[in-house]
Ligand binder design. Structure first.
Ligand code: 13P
Length: 249
């Protein structure tokens, strides 16, 4: 059985006061919850880890530098993230690919840096609205998988998040059929490149406007093992029903 995972990406939202949401979320978790990861802004990582102690909730960062250390003012290494107690780091989020011009090659290096520090990489891929409308989704996904995933991926060091850019923060969600098609395609590509044993173990998350009212539908897809949630992860009352839907799926 593949592990299920609900990850919350707080993006550049929240202050230390919001860490109270972790305790609130813990109280609302199902008795047998899937893995739950909260990715707060970097300055909150250590305090988030402290706040999550004893809750079973894990902490992740939203990005890391590809180098282990050096003269990179303002950047954060994977080992510094691991030092806070975090276990995960998101790499290649579309907002970083867009605003920071990160390319597949950079994402691949960041994933390797994450692994070297003992972190699990949540590698994000997803097509633009333009590519979606031109029916190029599978080509784009194939290219991003080929370019962003290092050869050394294992069944345990990586989580892949499919986030169609046009669905992020827009309230628009692909149909269940579209989600099934892309996630089945990703699993098949992993199998071709890494073999069935590894491909079967890697959790595939869907991300983009996941809300309490659409989560159960999205989790019907056999190759959706969880969600990467933005806006609805900020408040425990919104995130908890999504986690419940995943536990029930
Ligand atoms: P929303 O859930 O706010 O659409 O954000 C999705 C996302 O980008 C998570 O990484």
């Amino acid at each position: 059985m593949r592990r299920k995972l609900a990850a919350g990406n707080w993006k550049m939202n929240g202050t230390a006061a919001c860490l109270a949401e972790l305790g609130a979320l813990h109280k609302m978790l199902p008795t047998a919850p899937p893995e739950v990861v909260i990715c707060p802004p970097a300055p909150l990582l250590f305090r988030a880890h402290e706040a999550a102690r004893g809750t079973g909730i894990e902490i992740g960062a939203q990005d890391c530098h590809m180098e282990a250390s050096g003269a990179f003012t303002g950047d954060i290494s994977a080992s510094l993230i691991a030092d806070t107690g975090a276990l995960y780091v998101i790499v290649g989020h579309s907002e970083r690919r867009d605003a920071h011009e990160e390319r597949d090659r950079d994402v691949r290096k960041k994933a390797k840096a994450a692994w070297a520090a003992g972190l699990t990489a949540i590698i994000c891929i997803g097509e633009t609205l333009e590519d979606h409308e031109a029916n190029n989704t599978l080509d784009i996904i194939a290219g991003q998988l080929a370019g962003s995933l290092p050869d050394q991926m294992t069944g345990t060091n990586t989580v892949i998040a499919y986030e169609p850019i046009w669905a992020i923060g827009t309230g628009k969600v692909p149909t269940l059929e579209q989600i099934v098609e892309v996630h089945d395609f990703i699993r098949a590509k992993l199998e071709t490149r890494y073999g069935a044993d590894i491909a079967d173990m890697v959790p595939l998350l869907y991300g983009g406007s996941v809300k309490p009212d659409n989560a159960a539908t999205i989790f019907q897809a056999a190759n959706v093992d969880g969600a990467l949630v933005g806006g609805a992860s900020l408040k425990a009352v919104d995130f908890a029903p999504i986690i419940q839907a995943l536990a029930d799926s």
